[in-house]
Design a protein around this ligand. Sequence first.
Ligand code: ADP
Length: 228
Amino acid sequence: MTPPEPLLAATGLRKSYGSTQALDGADFSIRPGEVVAVLGPSGSGKSTLLHCLAGIVVADAGTITYRGRELSAMNDAQRSALRRGEFGFVFQFGQLVPELTCAENVALPLRLNGTSRKEATRTAVEWLGRLEVEDVAGRRPGGISGGQGQRVAVARALVTGPRVLFADEPTGALDSLNGERVMRLLTDAARDTDAAVVLVTHEARVAAYSDREIVVRDGRVRDMARVA
Ligand code: ADP
C-alpha cells in the first residue's frame, strides 16, 4: 500500500523579523492522523514554523499546501475559514474565556459555526468527559487548576473535529504528572478522531508521545529518527 499523501506540507519556508531570520528554508510535512513533535532550542523557530503552517503568520518565501491547496493563493477570509473549520489550537496557557464556564468555552467554536445552543452544550459536555474533566463543566476557568484548564483547552480545540491540531508547548506550564496526563489525553483524543497533531515542545518526555520527531535549528528542519 502506498503511504497516504501529506495532509499539510511546506517547502523552503523563510520568515524574517527585521534582521532576525526566524525561518531559513524550513521544510515540513505531516500525514493524516500523524503526531509530529517539533523540537529544538528556544529561539530556533519552532513557534514561527507552527504559526506559518497554521496560516496565522504569512511566510516571506516558500510554499505551504493543505490538501493540495496552496495557502498563499488564499485570501484572508479563505485562510481564516480554513483555521476555523479544519484546524484546532492549544497554547501553553489555555487562553480560555474567563467570563464563560468551561462548558461554554468548549461550546463556543460550535456556536460560532452555527450549532444550536442545546446541541453545542451536549457536545461540549461529552468532550469534557473524554478529557476527564466533566466535573468542571459549570465552573469558570479562574476556579480550576492549570491541568484541568489545559484539558478544557484540548476539548475546545478538538470539539469541531479539526483535521490538524496545532499545539504549542501545551504542557509548558504544568508539572510533569499533569503534563503527562494532558499529553496522553490529547494524543488519545487526536488518534480517536484521526486528527494530525503538530506538537511544538522543548521537552523530550512530551515528544515521546509523538509518532515522529523533527528538530528545528537556526530556522531549518532536520528529521530525527526515533531512538527506540
Ligand atoms: P522558538 O519557538 O523555537 O522559541 P520562535 O519561532 O518563537 O522560536 O522565534 C524564532 C526567532 O524569531 C527568535 O529569535 C525570536 O526572537 C524571533 N521572533 C519570533 N517572533 C517574533 C516577532 N513577532 N517579532 C520579532 N521577532 C520575533
